[in-house]
Design a protein around this ligand. Structure first.
Ligand code: FES
Length: 166
């Protein structure tokens, strides 16, 4: 990795049933993707709220990727469609606060799509690299990811799902 080139931090919320399995498969197949991505497993992208995306930016992400099941393939029926609406809603919020909406993206994959996942991650990294560091980082200082609520999955904190606002 060239240290002179901006290395964006990408948080990828990956559905356990598809994108997370694809990332696992990519590893088994030795398909490479940029190491800029931090994958957070979620039971379903429908679990994700707008505040999760915003917290990821607040805690230092330059870009956020939401990777869910193919449309019509969500194990919780419409979770990925809810996530799509929330992602679009949040992209509008990003514009309102002066951020590029390209910093937040949703992709739909199956568990067998290791190569498309790697391509999606690579494209996301290149897109955000061109945009530059997120202006939400306060003078290069980031809050500790160790306290990032977005990193707390239901498995890790045992809390129930918060109420949906969309
Ligand atoms: Fe994968 Fe819902 S189970 S997005």
């Amino acid at each position: 990795m060239n240290s002179d080139v901006f290395q964006p931090k990408i948080v990828a919320f990956c559905c356990h049933y598809c994108a997370y399995a694809s990332a696992d498969l990519a590893g088994s197949m030795r398909i490479q993707y940029p190491p800029n991505v931090r994958i957070i497993r979620t039971p379903c992208t429908g679990r994700l709220e707008t505040e999760y995306f915003m917290k990821a930016f607040e805690y230092g992400a330059d870009g956020v990727l939401v990777a869910g099941c193919l449309e019509g393939g969500c194990h919780f029926v419409e979770g990925n469609l809810c996530a799509k609406r929330r992602v679009n809603y949040t992209r509008d919020l990003l514009v309102e606060i002066g951020l590029e909406p390209e910093r937040l993206r949703m992709g739909n994959l199956s568990a067998a799509m290791a190569r498309p996942l790697a391509d999606t991650i690579t494209d996301m990294v290149e897109t955000v690299r061109k945009l530059g560091p997120s202006p939400l980082k306060s003078n290069g200082k980031e809050r500790s990811a160790g306290h990032c609520p977005a990193a707390n999955t239901p498995e890790s904190n045992g809390k129930s799902k918060p109420e949906s606002r969309l």
